[in-house]
Design a protein. Sequence first.
Length: 141
Amino acid sequence: MQSSPWALTSPVGRYTAVFLGGGVLYSLIEIVARGYTHWTMTLTGGVCLLIMYLRYARHPEDSILFKCFFGMCVITFFEFTVGCVVNVLLGWDVWDYSHMYLNVLGQICPSYSAGWFLLSLPVALICTAAGSPERLKPAES
């Protein structure tokens, strides 16, 4: 297989780029959707994309439905965990889903989880296409 510039970057640089990309993209999605974001969501978006990248790039054989389900679970887990800290424990009121059907402590709900499932589709496709640099390196002879 042919080597790519992505494969030549250091793991720290690559993972930092993925983390920052996730933070920026998620922040932009929030700004477009609700007009503002919060720094904790930028960090959360970065962590979520990094975890998803690591899984998708190393397991390209997983079905697209599994990848979307995995992404939905990762994002929902971190949304709940961060929400419990920043909204429930610290009282920062970054978001409140208490008006949503079947919400859990006002932090997560099925409607947003379904959105995370759909959002995971382009993420899965891009991360899988980018591939794991370890898989892309040419075999040494």
